[in-house]
Design a protein around this ligand. Structure first.
Ligand code: ZN
Ligand code: ZN
Length: 149
């Protein structure tokens, strides 16, 4: 969890507790449900439910070498509240722009990660090309070699 906060640069987070972990895991399930919703109305309802109980305070910030940007999380937010606000608003924009087809689940069978496909031709199928993508390519290569021999 501390590693996640550091790597993803979740700002304004103090000491991370076991409770934070449980809250973020529950939130992850909620976001996962939005990504895998069968249709737009379901995705909208699920995301609205999440946003309704999230404190959101737009605030302009410039820190840690990042140019001016908008924070949506309220002052004093927990990690889960921070992620619910900022990721929730970002996801709301994806739905508003009618870009729900960019919300993907990783194509690797042993991976349940979801991601937003920001590629120009909307062709991304793996959450991470270096890990899942590479692993699947190696598996496909081995399978082809087996077929050939
Ligand atoms: Zn920031
Ligand atoms: Zn993956």
């Amino acid at each position: 969890m501390e590693e996640f906060v550091r790597r993803r640069e979740v700002s304004g987070v103090g000491v991370v507790t076991r409770r934070d972990l449980a809250e973020v895991q529950a939130l992850r399930e909620e976001f996962h449900a939005v990504f895998t919703a069968p249709d737009q109305p379901t995705a909208v309802t699920l995301l609205n439910t999440l946003l309704q109980r999230t404190r959101i305070t737009p605030h302009l910030a410039e820190h840690d070498g990042h140019p001016l940007h908008v924070h949506y999380f309220a002052p004093g937010s927990s990690v889960a509240e921070h992620l619910a606000a900022d990721c929730g608003v970002a996801l709301a924009h994806v739905l508003v722009e009618n870009e729900r087809d960019r919300l993907r689940t990783c194509a690797a069978p042993d991976c349940s990660h979801v991601f937003v496909d920001e590629s120009r031709n909307r062709s991304r199928v793996y959450c991470d090309s270096r890990t899942c993508g590479n692993r699947m390519h190696v598996a496909a290569y081995r399978a082809r070699r087996r077929d050939a021999s």
